[in-house]
Design a protein around this ligand. Structure first.
Ligand SMILES: NC(=O)c1ccc[n+]([C@@H]2O[C@H](COP(=O)([O-])OP(=O)(O)OC[C@H]3O[C@@H](n4cnc5c(N)ncnc54)[C@H](OP(=O)(O)O)[C@@H]3O)[C@@H](O)[C@H]2O)c1
Length: 370
């Protein structure tokens, strides 16, 4: 067969620390590469077709100057972006993997890939303790018997966002019925999972997001006091004061949201530090400090950060408890679909510029959009 187009999205230049990525400079859509789908595969290789890709906020941290350490390995310059996605195996020379298998996990942002894609892999040597090797390019088979779930569910409720919300809430929340939880970025993949798990457990849920439309969505999934944090400068303080005190703060945003939550915590409250998306595109020297950490000791608060890659041991429990709830419609996460790999950069930026109306997914193969 003649080679066919194999477009991809490359990470080309690390942005100045904390700055937004610039399309065409830091991140580039490349239309010209081709691939011969009949090429000979070496033993251990398999050829996949990309179906769905999942832009996720942590990927921004990987697109950094490699000399700066962080919790995960940096992405490799000049190589495709690597992130979570759903792929279909077309041919395989790897034992245990066969044509027709569906797989989820780390995959390069390109239409077709000879896996494992070792060129994007940073050698995992000399990193600070606690750094996760995010270049394992590991993919695992998934099944969807009877098409119980839309395939995009594997990038959201049953993917990294859902698992993160589950682990953060179940492992670190110590939630008791009747308590009050505040979930920031409540319409995100992680946030909307936490809102619903908290309701199942009998908590009162305060939740914030950046548009009135997201507020309505959070209400439909059970939030008792959803609000738009952009409504006014004092919205965060006003709403948390009106509906608190807060026993658990599930922090996806950091910055002002964390500060407002600390001002409104209850005695013995727990802060679960899951993410700080408001700070990912602010240069280090311009980041605001949290001014009210002094509230930690009088209120006997705990603050616990976690990285999901350290908690893979909870996968079996997640896979036992969550898929049935999703299949029965007890957990409803929604997605903002971007159509075509060429929309990948727009999809990535949408997480940070307020344009995503829900957890973004790039539909690379339209058959898997629904
Ligand atoms: N600890 C871990 O291992 C782990 C794993 C996965 C994710 N996370 C974290 O969990 C959080 C949610 O991730 P996700 O995958 O669920 O994200 P997502 O579905 O892509 O949603 C991201 C949302 O964050 C909000 N946001 C962006 N910039 C903001 C700002 N400056 N201030 C306030 N809100 C802002 C936007 O919603 P609005 O319209 O509401 O502003 C955006 O749609 C992120 O902080 C992420 O880093 C942590």
């Amino acid at each position: 067969m003649a080679p066919i187009p194999n477009p991809r999205i490359l990470f080309t230049k690390a942005p100045v620390a904390g700055n937004f990525l610039v399309e065409g400079e830091n991140i580039v859509y490349e239309k010209s590469p081709t691939i011969d789908l009949d090429q000979k595969l070496e033993s251990g290789q398999f050829l996949t077709k990309t179906l769905l890709l999942s832009p996720e906020p942590y990927m921004r941290d990987r697109m950094r100057d490699p000399s700066r350490s962080s919790y995960g390995t940096p992405m490799k310059l000049g190589q495709p972006i690597v992130g979570n996605g759903l792929v279909l195996v077309l041919r395989s020379e790897k034992e245990g993997i066969k044509a027709g298998d569906y797989m989820c996990g780390f995959t390069p942002w390109e239409a077709y890939t000879v896996q494992p894609y070792v060129d994007a892999r940073v050698e995992f040597k000399g990193f600070a303790p606690g750094t996760l090797d995010m270049d394992t390019l590991s993919l695992h088979q998934v099944s969807n018997p009877g098409s119980a779930f839309p395939w995009r569910t594997f990038c959201n409720a049953l993917g990294m966002p859902g698992f993160t919300g589950f682990v953060g809430f179940e492992k670190f929340g110590d939630a008791k019925p009747g308590e009050t939880i505040y979930v920031s970025s409540g319409a995100s993949g992680v946030g909307s999972m936490v809102i619903q798990l908290a309701k199942i457990k009998g908590l009162k849920v305060i939740a914030s997001a950046g548009s009135d439309e997201k507020v309505e969505y959070m209400r439909t999934i059970g939030a008792d006091a959803p609000f738009n944090y952009k409504r006014s400068n004092s919205a965060l303080q006003d709403e948390l004061k009106a509906h608190g005190p807060i026993d658990i703060y599930f922090d996806n945003v950091g910055g002002e949201h964390l500060e407002a939550a600390l001002d409104n915590m209850n005695l013995n409250g727990r802060v679960i530090a899951c993410g700080a998306i408001s700070e990912y595109n602010i240069p280090w020297e311009k980041k605001d400090g949290i001014k009210n950490m002094g509230r930690m000791f009088p209120l006997r608060l705990t603050l616990r950060g976690f990285i999901i890659g350290d908690h893979l041991g909870m996968q079996p429990r997640f896979l036992e408890e969550i898929p049935p709830l999703v299949a029965r419609g007890k957990l409803r996460l929604r997605e903002h679909l971007f159509h075509g790999l060429e929309t990948g950069i727009e999809a990535f930026q949408s997480m940070f510029n307020g344009k995503a109306t829900a957890k973004p997914i790039i539909v690379v193969d339209e058959e898997y959009a629904s």
